[in-house]
Design a protein around this ligand. Structure first.
Ligand SMILES: [Zn+2]
Length: 615
């Protein structure tokens, strides 16, 4: 058995050009399901093999169990006679008499519109099939023979002429109706999603890298040009800060869903209780956001309607808030990772303890580049870091080290702190950058060290889980190890000023700050305010003698509109007007600005008389 397995491996090495082939006909898509035929070029000379779909895929740090969406799996011999098959779990099938295996056929249902209670799949990792769009996230479409993940794969897709499959994979249009894709391995197939749609595309360059952006909009609106405009400033910042990018080409894949009914609720439009419940159920697992890959990223965004006032929910903001982070993943983990990611196990993944690096450092770089590339002012950058330090401090560091949360992130006890990778993780990266600049007398910065290690390892070589901290320490200074042992691998509460003083910054747990007063904030004005359940409307319940803005009890204000308006009037002497409902009448209230000393928690400030230093 062992001998013959070895022989099989040698055959694989010898016939490198041989490929496993998937065949799909998009024209035959029926009832939300696609039929596939898989032809392995070599099967292990064993009586039984295991055909599987991923339980999870890199970058999601969550369970997908794509096998849930697979039906009618059949194994056939050369004469099209079925071979015995037995399902042995959500994602795995035994195929018996495997020496005779010629094809495997199966159907996959799409994920995007299937509400599932347990382990809902994050939309950017989902599949979507409809006559106008086919979004392939490989795990939800392609299975693999266990042990054959490193073999080459080709995918032959028959398609309607009007659709084109955009992807980072090597691809060729054989004719109008047949597009062929080639992957060097199953890993690459999973790492390269494909979006088949009527092309709505923009191509541009970031330094030497060719970037393509492709959009599918459920409502059929053409959006690529607007999306490009939303990205342009950030991409220019990337080009300024990173003169050489580690990829030749990059693809943004964007799926825009129609979430206008939800937008109406958020805008405070009246709606029956029944309708609200219906919407809440429909959208309960909604995962707006993005997922990174080596040379592409997939975005699931929502159109909340043109009247949406909440800036974060405007379509272009949704894209630009995620895109630079996803793009920066080309450095880590995609070009710098441990063996847990390099040799990813789709069934029983071993989670890496270095999420501080993959997500924390990436999130920090996204903001660092915006600052260095001129998108953020110094103040805006410090505000972002202040917020990360504030939220990051709520991580239960006495009970779990950051590396421990990371290594166990699939367990629910730890999963609930996952989002801290973007908060505490990014704050740790900021402190690490300060520490590196201190230890090297400002000769090195975190970005230099990460790029140096990226050049050393790259996408094809993994570092070992346990050597990561030594690797960084060796590249910087022996003392850096203490930082890792104490704050990242240890359970010690951070003392940010130990690192931040090197940048001429000071973090205050609380401080009286001269602030532009917010007339609707109870700490800033002598009022009592009640907000409705969705937080969209505010009502003045009571006013006291110190009330200064002109509000009266009973005034009703669209809170979202007000907040946007208040944020837009940054200048301390701007008069601004608020539209409100007073005793059933709409009035405009002119508010004179006011400043005052307010006790704030978590304040990041420059040290008295010094200027902020960040290389
Ligand atoms: Zn990320």
């Amino acid at each position: 058995m062992r001998f013959s397995f070895l022989l099989w491996l040698i055959t694989q090495l010898t016939f490198v050009s041989a490929q496993n082939v998937f065949e799909i006909d998009l024209n035959r898509y029926r009832n939300d399901a696609l039929e596939l035929q898989y032809t392995p070029y070599a099967v292990p000379p064993s009586d039984t093999l295991v055909f599987s779909f991923p339980a999870t895929v890199p970058g999601t740090y969550d369970t997908q169990d794509y096998g849930r969406f697979v039906t009618r799996l059949t194994a056939l011999d050369a004469l099209q006679r079925p071979l015995p098959v037995k399902r042995i779990g959500v994602n795995r099938w035994y195929i018996f008499k495997a020496r005779n295996l010629q094809h495997i056929t199966y159907c996959v249902e799409d994920v995007i519109d299937k509400p599932v209670r347990k382990h809902p799949i994050f939309q950017p990792a989902a599949t979507a099939f409809d006559s106008n769009v086919f979004l392939f996230n490989g795990g939800g479409v392609f299975g693999y023979i266990e042990g054959a993940e490193s073999q080459q794969v080709s995918v032959r897709v028959k398609k309607p002429k009007r659709l084109y499959g955009l992807t980072a994979l090597d691809t060729k249009l054989e004719n109008d109706s047949l597009q062929v894709f080639r992957a060097t391995s199953y890993h690459q197939l999973i790492d390269c999603p494909v979006l088949f749609t009527k092309p709505d595309t923009v191509c541009f360059k970031v330094n030497q890298t060719d970037v393509t952006l492709s959009v599918f909009d459920v409502q059929g609106t053409s959006r690529a040009r607007n999306m490009y405009n939303a990205l342009k400033r950030d991409m220019n910042a990337v080009a300024k800060v990173l003169p050489v990018l580690p990829v030749k080409a990059y693809t943004f894949i964007i799926y825009v869903d129609d979430l206008r009914p939800l937008g109406a609720v958020l805008n405070g439009n009246s709606m029956s209780f029944f309708k609200k419940i219906q919407l809440a159920l429909q959208f309960r697992n909604l995962g707006l956001g993005a997922l990174e890959h080596g040379q592409s990223s997939v975005y699931y965004l929502g159109d909340f309607g043109s009247e949406i006032t909440l800036r974060d929910l405007q379509l272009e903001s949704q894209l630009s808030s995620a895109a630079i982070h996803e793009f920066m993943h080309i450095i880590t983990p995609l070009g710098l990772h441990s063996e847990c990611i390099g040799n990813f196990n789709y069934q029983n993944p071993v989670m890496s303890k270095h999420l501080w690096l993959y997500e924390g450092v990436t999130e920090y770089f996204a903001h660092y580049i915006k600052y260095k590339g001129g998108v953020y002012t110094e103040n805006e950058f410090l505000k972002v870091m202040q917020e990360k330090l504030r939220v990051g401090a709520t991580f239960p560091i006495n009970t779990m080290a950051f590396t421990e949360m990371s290594a166990h992130v699939l367990e629910s006890k730890y999963q609930k702190y996952y989002t801290q990778v973007y908060e505490r993780g990014a704050a740790l990266a900021f402190l690490l950058d300060a520490e590196i600049q201190r230890l090297t007398q400002n000769k090195k910065r975190l970005l230099d060290v990460v790029l140096q290690l990226h050049a050393q390892y790259g996408p094809a070589h993994s570092f070992s889980e346990d050597s990561c901290f030594e690797m960084f320490t060796r590249a910087v200074h022996p003392e850096l190890k203490v930082f890792f042992d104490t704050y990242i691998n240890g359970k010690t509460a951070w003392e940010p000023n130990k690192q931040l003083h090197a940048l001429h910054l000071h973090f205050h747990d609380s401080l009286r700050v001269l602030t532009r007063l917010n007339p609707l904030n109870e700490r800033h004005n002598d009022i009592k305010v009640k907000r409705n359940a969705t937080g969209t409307m505010a009502e003045i319940i009571k006013t006291g003698p110190q009330e200064w803005a002109g509000f009266m009890p009973g005034d009703k204000i669209n809170y979202i509109e007000f907040s946007e308006n208040f944020a837009a009037h940054k200048n301390t002497d701007d008069v601004f007007s608020v539209s409100l409902n007073r005793k059933g009448k709409k009035i405009m209230l002119q508010i004179n600005p006011k400043t005052g000393l307010v006790l704030e928690n978590s304040v990041l400030q420059k040290q008295e008389g010094k200027s902020f230093l960040l290389n």
